[in-house]
Design a protein around this ligand. Structure first.
Ligand code: ADP
Ligand code: MG
Ligand code: MG
Length: 208
């Protein structure tokens, strides 16, 4: 993992989140409370403002500071979960340099496990995990099979899209949408969509 790549990713993710305002806001208005875009935007703005201070730090410290900062800025149900992702990435990076794609895949998997534990949720509950869990699986499987980086990034993007779309037909059992019961059917989960957008963007960056 390189600090420079993390900083580039922050800029790219900020751009794409800002462009997704209308969609993310309406997805969360349909089955939540409408603030998912605002929550993410607040997180992105905070990270952008930290760019200079992060630039001189080793990647483990960058990831750790991002996690801690997001914990106190994003808020909502998604804030602590996204923060957990970065804290665990930081811990794995600190323990021994994440560099090869299979190491990144393993770190991603550990971070998704952290989100599962923190939110006491699993696949099939109509959350961001329906994007993240299949992506972790595809990423680890293809990295272990020595697929090329391009094959891996393309497959991750495709898996993320399928995972996100799979939430449309689900009943939610976690988060605000759980209150809606069957009325949540037919709506894509906002966190699953934002995760997919972010993963798509970072894969595009990694392909360059
Ligand atoms: P809030 O629901 O508090 O307003 P956000 O709108 O920012 O927070 O985030 C909502 C998203 O958080 C949901 O769409 C879902 O993907 C995700 N989410 C909520 N609860 C959980 C959980 N226990 N595990 C995983 N993801 C969750
Ligand atoms: Mg919300
Ligand atoms: Mg809220």
């Amino acid at each position: 993992m390189r600090t420079e790549f993390i900083l580039e990713a922050i800029t790219a993710v900020n751009d794409v989140i800002l462009h997704s305002e209308t969609e993310l806001e309406s997805l969360d208005r349909e089955i939540g409370d409408g603030d998912h875009f605002i929550n993410l935007k607040r997180g992105c703005t905070t990270l952008l403002a930290m760019r200079d201070e992060l630039a001189s730090l080793p990647p483990a410290d960058v990831l750790q500071r991002i996690g801690m900062k997001l914990l106190s800025t994003i808020g909502g149900a998604s804030g602590p979960l996204i923060a957990t992702f970065f804290m665990i990435m930081a811990k794995v990076e600190k323990a021994g340099d994440i560099s090869s794609l299979s190491e990144i895949a393993a770190a991603f998997n550990a971070s998704v496990e952290g989100i599962k534990q923190r939110g006491k949720a699993n696949a099939g509950e109509k959350t961001m995990l329906d994007t993240l869990i299949p992506v972790a699986e595809t990423f680890n499987r293809l990295a272990a099979a020595n697929a090329t980086p391009l094959e891996i990034f393309n497959a991750i993007q495709q898996t993320a899209e399928q995972g996100m779309l799979s939430t449309r037909d689900m009943i939610a059992t976690k988060g605000r949408a759980a209150f809606l019961g069957e009325r949540a059917i037919g709506h894509i989960d906002p966190g699953a969509r934002s995760s997919q957008i972010i993963i798509h963007t970072i894969c595009e960056l990694a392909k360059q």
